[in-house]
Design a protein around this ligand. Structure first.
Ligand code: GDP
Length: 471
């Protein structure tokens, strides 16, 4: 009846069409998304799913302020290769191991927690912005704070800049850890100077960026770094409601020969318990056992806790959202809807910006910002393109260059474009095979140019609806 009403049709006609589709329905019948999409097609209408069942399920009861409790921050470590990300993650992991934990055997489950002055911090164990952005591209936002590692003897390098751009695109606050301070040629002041060029102005220079000198080798400054993380967490008032069914994100997953599908999940809200029925991406199952990063068996996992779980029927993907639900029937419904949604998205890939439909979407008020990633063979071209493109901003659309770099277009660039809904402009460079493949599956618009003028003209034309379609 509701569907008939929306389409301005008679309920009887809808029931007839349903019969044609092999569905025997009453006027009050609840229909699943797949059927609704088919039914829409029968009437020549496109059915768009605005909210999935689990969104409705979770959105129905927002947490009341008094139900919220402080939760530990979730931290990702980013930075240039060899600047000490892995070393820092390792030493942090072994600081403040309390007596009760000392017996536990360290398990690499993809994330771990440390305790400092009675407060916890959760670290994601895969360093680098690639993993971070790949997750974000899948809709998961797990990181509260990014620690940007810059080697004091090396300074700001291309991947440092990438990391800054990726964190900023995700609106994640950055704490800078100036590492290798023990080295003779360490020059933290130079690092700070270089960082200002990317909008990170140290606090002691009147800016807002916390910079901490550290050494993963001598452990100097580590405690300070952890305290700064807690400070930023406090300012951000990170909270969650431990007294509800859990929701979170899959951090890692694999198929274990003996145990079957094993996944590390990060609980972001609610408390996950053994025996809960959960769905994760397109898979589901009842949690048979959980263990933490010290190999301890847990019965409950409160917010911000990473746990390894077994009991899922299939291996989910990193970045999949998981949700504990009350009954199995609902869980199965939701996973089948998710599969349908995924298929739909693959076909339509709604919401992606491309130069071709930019104008129409500006007109419809859907697009107010055009995010662009620039890759070029030389720095000079980047600056020239960037300045000209930013000048194209007008009252309707703002042009943002969210990332730029010298070199070919990589898969990471495409993932960033996907996560930030951006287009990629390549100037005298090409995408590599992986980038090309990912761009195709994620429907990212990559434009390649040899002449700066042409690139500017295309964007200008696209913004005013005058772009000729690509042949
Ligand atoms: P990643 O690529 O960023 O994960 O860097 P790694 O943690 O693998 O470190 C790269 C190299 O720098 C290794 O040889 C480390 O031993 C060294 N290194 C890391 N941190 C420090 C430090 O604080 N001081 C010194 N002297 N060397 C360090």
């Amino acid at each position: 009846q509701e569907f008939a009403h929306l389409l301005n049709k008679k309920a009887a006609d809808v029931i007839k069409k349903l019969l044609n589709l092999g569905v025997l329905a009453t006027i009050n019948q609840e229909l699943d998304v797949e059927t609704l999409i088919l039914l829409g097609a029968e009437f020549g209408t496109t059915v768009e799913v605005k909210a999935s069942k689990e969104e409705i399920l979770f959105a129905e009861e927002p947490d009341k302020p008094e139900e919220l409790e402080e939760r530990p921050p979730v931290v990702t470590i980013m930075g240039h290769v060899d600047h000490g990300k892995t070393s820092l993650l390792d030493v942090i992991r072994h600081t403040n191991v309390t007596a009760s934990e000392a017996g536990g055997i360290t398990q690499h489950i993809g994330a771990y927690q440390v305790e400092i002055n009675g407060r916890k911090i959760t670290f994601l164990d895969t360093p680098g912005h690639e993993a971070f952005t790949a997750m974000r591209a899948r809709g998961a936002q797990v990181t509260d704070i990014a620690v940007l590692v810059v080697a004091a003897d090396d300074g700001v390098m291309p991947q440092t800049v990438e990391a800054i751009n990726h964190a900023q695109a995700a609106n994640v606050p950055i704490i800078v850890a100036i590492n290798k301070i023990d080295k003779e040629d360490a020059n933290p002041e130079r690092v700070k100077q270089e960082l200002t060029e990317y909008g990170l102005v140290p606090e002691e220079w009147g800016g807002e960026t916390i910079c901490v000198n550290v050494s993963a080798h001598t452990k100097v400054g580590l405690e300070n770094l952890l305290e700064m993380i807690l400070l930023v967490a406090e300012v951000r008032e990170l909270k969650a409601n431990p007294n509800r069914k859990a929701k979170g994100t899959v951090v890692e997953a694999k198929l274990d020969k003996g145990r079957g599908p094993v996944a590390t999940v990060l609980v972001q809200n609610g408390t996950l318990e053994v025996g809960d029925f959960i769905i994760a991406g397109t898979t589901q199952g009842r949690i048979r056992a959980m263990q933490d990063d010290k190999g301890r068996r847990l019965k409950k996992a409160p917010p911000s806790t990473p746990v390894e779980i077994i009991g899922l029927s299939e291996v989910p993907q990193a970045g999949d959202i998981f949700l504990a639900v009350d009954d199995e029937r609902l869980a199965k419904q939701i996973t089948s809807e998710r599969s349908a949604l995924k298929r739909e998205e693959a076909i339509q890939s709604r919401g992606r910006v491309s130069l071709d439909d930019l104008f129409a979407r500006i007109q419809q008020g859907e697009v107010r910002e055009l995010n662009i990633i620039i890759k070029a063979d030389v720095q000079g071209s980047i600056e020239a393109i960037k300045q000209s493109l930013e000048k194209l901003s007008n009252n309707e659309v703002r042009v943002n260059i969210i990332h730029q770099g010298v070199g070919g277009i990589t898969e990471t660039d495409v993932m960033l474009a996907s996560a930030s809904n951006a287009i990629i402009i390549g100037f005298n460079v090409r995408p590599d095979a992986n980038a090309r493949k990912t761009a195709e599956s994620q429907q990212i618009d990559i434009r390649l140019y040899r002449v700066i003028y042409n690139a500017i003209e295309d964007v200008k034309a696209a913004m005013s609806g005058l772009l000729k379609p690509e042949i």
